[in-house]
Design a protein around this ligand. Structure first.
Ligand code: C2E
Ligand code: CA
Ligand code: CA
Ligand code: CA
Length: 279
């Protein structure tokens, strides 16, 4: 038994140092990504379901690594959250979104706003709202042009503090979207206390429509909950015409997904909007 214990221990320390090694490499690579400009933003149009034209867009980060190629944000955002680089990355995202918005404007597209994803870790720094304000001033961008997406998971803990932070951002002029809604367990009374603008229904409730009766019921319930609380509703992951039609019939406000367009590089966005508005 003792022998086994020792072997176990050796195995454990070895894998731990291996893991540390891997993490240090990833940390360095992520740091390098920032300094060598390996990140970019892609933009996915969000459709206004009343007019069936493009309303705004969600910014989604991309990492082009020289050897690994495209690295998914689902892989590197959690790592950046662990090592703290998410703070710097998050500010880069805001600045880049402002720049793209201005660039499109100079080319004739005055987009209502861009939604950016803000990690709950970014809220742990007390001065997030100040840092955002500084960037907006430097980039001469109005706050209402930037919608802030936070996940429902974030809303469920640290209630009072979160309400305060969200109020600060809201007072500054930002709009707030709750992302991935329905997978957590927000209470109705809590939802009502939050300074929200849009509730984004999680993709998992959309993907099996029209086959899944439960998902139809759940989506309808979330849409009417949003409206009863005075918020708009967005559906994400819309891939087929049946989902699009269902959402229009259910009076959902906005939709995004491959049915309309995948996220596209900034320089393709104007063409993408023109094509969507013409169809
Ligand atoms: P999310 O915020 O829920 O973003 C939606 C994801 O769904 C995106 O994946 C998007 O490309 C994908 N998607 C869009 N339409 C469809 C569709 O019709 N079907 C399917 N199956 N998928 C669709 P992506 O770009 O790989 O991003 C993954 C996640 O990484 C995001 O999930 C978000 O949580 C995180 N992320 C991305 N960019 C940022 C960022 O700038 N900051 C932070 N903190 N997180 C980010
Ligand atoms: Ca999002
Ligand atoms: Ca989402
Ligand atoms: Ca389902």
């Amino acid at each position: 038994a003792k022998e086994l214990g020792r072997n176990h221990f050796r195995y454990y320390t070895q894998s731990l140092s291996e893991r540390t090694d891997k993490r240090l490499k990833t940390d360095a690579a992520l740091r390098e990504a920032l300094s060598l400009n390996q990140f970019s933003l892609h933009f996915q149009p969000i459709i206004d379901l009343t007019s069936c034209t493009v309303s705004h867009a969600e910014a989604l980060i991309r990492w082009h690594h020289p050897e690994m190629g495209m690295v998914s944000p689902e892989y590197f955002i959690p790592l950046a959250e662990e090592n703290g680089l998410i703070h710097e990355i998050g500010l880069w995202v805001l600045r880049e979104a402002c720049r793209c918005h201005k660039e499109w404007k100079s080319q004739g597209l005055d987009l209502q706003k861009i939604s950016i994803n803000v990690s709950s870790i970014q809220f742990q720094k007390a001065n997030l709202a100040d840092a955002f304000k500084t960037i907006l001033e430097e980039e001469a961008m109005e706050a209402h042009r930037i919608d802030i997406e936070i996940t429902e998971r974030y809303l469920m803990d640290q209630t009072e503090r979160n309400i305060h932070y969200l109020n600060t951002l809201k007072k500054a002029g930002h709009t707030i979207t709750v992302d991935d809604f329905g997978v957590g367990y927000s209470s109705m009374s809590y939802m009502k206390r939050l300074p929200l603008d849009i509730i984004k229904i999680d993709r998992s409730f959309i993907s099996d429509i029209p086959e899944d009766r439960n998902d139809i019921q759940i989506s309808q319930a979330i849409i009417s909950l949003s409206h009863n609380l005075g918020y708009k509703a967005t559906a994400e992951g819309v891939e087929i015409v049946e989902q699009f039609n269902f959402l229009r019939e259910t009076l959902c406000d906005y939709a995004q997904g491959y049915y309309f367009s995948p996220p596209v590089p900034a320089h393709h966005f104007i063409t993408c909007v023109e094509q969507l508005n013409a169809r």
